[in-house]
Design a protein around this ligand. Structure first.
Ligand code: NAP
Ligand code: MG
Length: 402
């Protein structure tokens, strides 16, 4: 078979620890034998981030803006222990945070469904994609412990010094208060990311807030979503036969539990934090969740939802066998290659990416999998493979399909 050519480079962001090992294995076994990989490579491994004063992260995000599609390996977000381990000049910020700030995007996460690993919620036949607003609310709050009797107020002072006030509570004794905010700009961009991704993946959007109780704060989210939808997306949605559906957050939760799946669930920041853990744990394993950052202008960065799997990496360094699941990382590559293929009109590339996904899933369905899946599968008599052999087995399946 002649290798598939790529016209536009794909931005490749390498990462850390066990996922960096898997990254290389995936390229060697599943990609470069079949594709003339045309990537612009950025090493986001912690050592190189430190050597470049983290400039490499910014450069990789700029390149993503330029070319439109990136694939990212999991990376270490440094903490105190990592400062010593890597002898860091600074406690560099989370690369995902830096990239997201530059691309101004929203993260969409969906479970990879495979026969034999069924979600605990038995009516979920299709994946539920969770879109979490990643700015503001309780994550950028100001809080105060109220020591005793007194009046708590919200005060807004405009640029001319004019004040508007509202009483929060007249306290008779000790208590607590909290101030939170969001901006129209950020909510609009969140709405556009959700609707853009919906059109792209031909799925409906569900959104819920508590607008009946929060008549200004949550209601603004509802109003902005409706306005952007009506003005910019309604026609397109009608053409595709998908819908935008708004309801109260508690009603949304109740409906999600009864639904079949196959839609995008947009959530405010806190709701998204909580609900994404619910959806992912109901679907079995973090190693079976894909994640894509979509910017309002339609730039895409694909990755796995899990981290660098540090514990397995230390075993690997000691020369011990590991059984680390590479599915989400493979799907980050196939997602990015498919998108690249679609944008460039490179059908061969998209078709190959589809086949690689099918080969990955059939390998598992044929009872060959890593340990994390073997523990939860309903398939009997499974073969537990190590990290390398699992990837080799996917290659065998793929070879038979090509
Ligand atoms: P993690 O890497 O997601 O791993 C946590 C545990 O989940 C592992 O120890 C393993 O459990 C299981 N697991 C996760 N992915 C797996 C896979 N592919 N195959 C098999 N098992 C898997 O989270 P962490 O250990 O808390 O974080 C490690 C590093 O990752 C941290 O430095 C953090 O900053 C970074 N991180 C990066 C990203 C990102 O780049 N997007 C996201 C999250 C965390 P067992 O050990 O029980 O087998
Ligand atoms: Mg959480």
């Amino acid at each position: 078979m002649e290798k598939i050519k790529m016209t536009t480079p794909l931005v490749e962001m390498d990462g850390d620890e066990m996922t960096r090992i898997l990254w290389q294995m995936i390229k060697d076994e599943l990609l470069t034998p079949y594709i003339d990989l045309n990537t612009e490579y950025y090493d986001l491994g912690l050592k190189h981030r430190n050597d470049t004063d983290d400039k490499v992260t910014v450069e990789s995000a700029e390149a993503t803006k330029k070319y439109g599609v990136a694939v990212k390996c999991a990376t270490i977000t440094p903490n105190a222990a990592r400062m010593d381990e890597y002898d860091l000049k600074e406690m560099w910020k989370s690369p995902n945070g830096t990239i997201r700030a530059i691309l101004d995007g929203t993260v969409f996460r969906s479970p990879i469904q495979v026969k034999g690993i069924e979600p605990c919620v038995k009516n979920w036949k299709k994946p539920i994609t969770l879109a979490r607003h990643a700015y503001g609310d309780v994550y950028k709050n100001a809080e105060m412990r109220i020591p005793g009797k007194g009046k708590a107020e919200i005060v807004f002072t405009d640029e001319n010094g004019k004040e508007s006030r509202q009483i929060i509570h007249n306290f008779d004794g000790p208590g607590i208060i909290q101030g939170i905010h969001n901006t129209d700009q950020s909510i609009k961009s969140f709405a556009r990311c959700c609707f853009t991704y919906a059109v792209d993946t031909k799925q409906s959007v569900w959104f819920g807030t508590k607008d009946t109780i929060s008549k200004k704060y949550d209601h603004t989210f509802k109003d902005i979503f409706q306005e952007i939808f009506d003005q910019e997306y309604k026609t397109k949605f009608d053409e595709l036969g998908i819908e935008y559906f708004y309801t109260l957050i508690d009603d949304a939760v109740a409906r999600v539990m009864k639904a079949e799946g196959g839609f995008i669930w947009a959530c405010k920041n806190y709701d998204g934090d909580v609900m994404s853990d619910m959806v992912s744990s109901a679907c079995g394993s973090l190693a079976m969740m894909t994640s894509v950052l979509v910017s309002p202008s339609g730039v895409y960065e694909y990755e796995a939802a899990h981290g660098t799997v540090q514990r397995h990496y230390y075993k690997h360094l000691k020369g011990e066998d590991t059984s680390t699941n590479s599915v989400a990382t493979i799907f980050a590559w196939t997602g990015a290659l498919k998108k690249r293929g679609e944008l460039d009109g490179n059908q061969a590339l998209s078709v190959f990416a589809d086949k690689l996904e099918t080969a990955t899933l059939s390998t598992i369905e044929n009872g060959k999998m890593t340990k994390d899946l073997a523990l939860i599968t309903s398939i009997e008599d499974v073969t537990v493979l190590n990290s390398q052999d699992f990837i080799k087995e996917i290659r065998n399946t793929l070879e038979k399909m090509l």
